[in-house]
Each structure stands twice: as structure tokens, then as C-alpha cells.
Design a protein around this ligand. Sequence first.
Ligand code: HEC
Length: 107
Amino acid sequence: MIIVIKSVRCLFVMGLILLVTQIVSGCSGIYDGEKLFFQEGCSQCHTYNGRGGRMGPDLTAVANRRSAGWIDKYIHNPQKMNPQSRMPSFIHLSSAKRKAIIRFLNE
Ligand code: HEC
């Protein structure tokens, strides 16, 4: 009986630790920018370090020509900055996710 109680308590503590890690990483915005670049479909149109599509410009050295703030606004709503833009807007992406992608583009 004691063993059962102990293992239940142990499971509970482990669950709690998992939950806390999830919350902390969600709040501090620790996203994997590289993963998002591929998951969100940026790579369908853009190449980064030789991987990806060709419809849009190669983003390997984009950090040398554009500031992080500019890229952030462009991802959020390209048409607002360039009415002729053929890039879809990514309004659904949170600021933390955009920042993670920009961090990746700066690598
Ligand atoms: C459907 C194709 C498509 C997708 C998907 C796409 N883009 Fe674009 N992107 C373009 C095109 C085309 C341009 C060239 C200018 C324009 O038409 O807006 C561009 C321009 C850019 C620029 C400006 C580059 C420069 O040097 O001026 C950045 C930065 C950028 N895209 C980032 C992204 C990111 C990050 C994602 C994913 C969240 C993404 N794009 C998804 C097509 C796309």
C-alpha cells in the first residue's frame, strides 16, 4: 500500500514538473525558429543555407540587408509595407514566434 501511495505521489510530482516547464517555456517564448521556418511554410518560397523554395528571395543573408524590426513587420503584414507583395501575411504568428524565426535568420 505504501509503495502504491509513494509511486502515485512520485507521478504527481513528475507531472507537476512537466507542467511548470511547459508554462515557463511558453511564457519566455522559447520557440525553435528553424522548426517554425519549415513548419510555417517560409521554406516553400524561401531558401536558407541552400534548403527551400525559390519563389521568394534567398534569406540566408537577409540580416545583412534588413533590420530585425523591419523583418518582424514584414512577416506580420507584407502588404502593408509593400502593396505589390506576393508573400502571404502571417498575422496568426505571435510576436514570440516571429522573433524566434528572426533569431534563426540571424544565425
Ligand atoms: C507564398 C510564398 C511565400 C511564403 C510562404 C513566404 N514568403 Fe517571404 N517573400 C515571398 C516573396 C515573393 C518575397 C519578395 C517580396 C514580396 O513579394 O513580398 C518575400 C519577401 C520576404 C522578405 C523580405 C526579403 C528582402 O530581402 O526584402 C522576408 C524577410 C521574408 N519574405 C520572410 C518570410 C518568412 C519568415 C516567411 C515565413 C513566416 C515567409 N517569408 C513566407 C514569398 C513568400
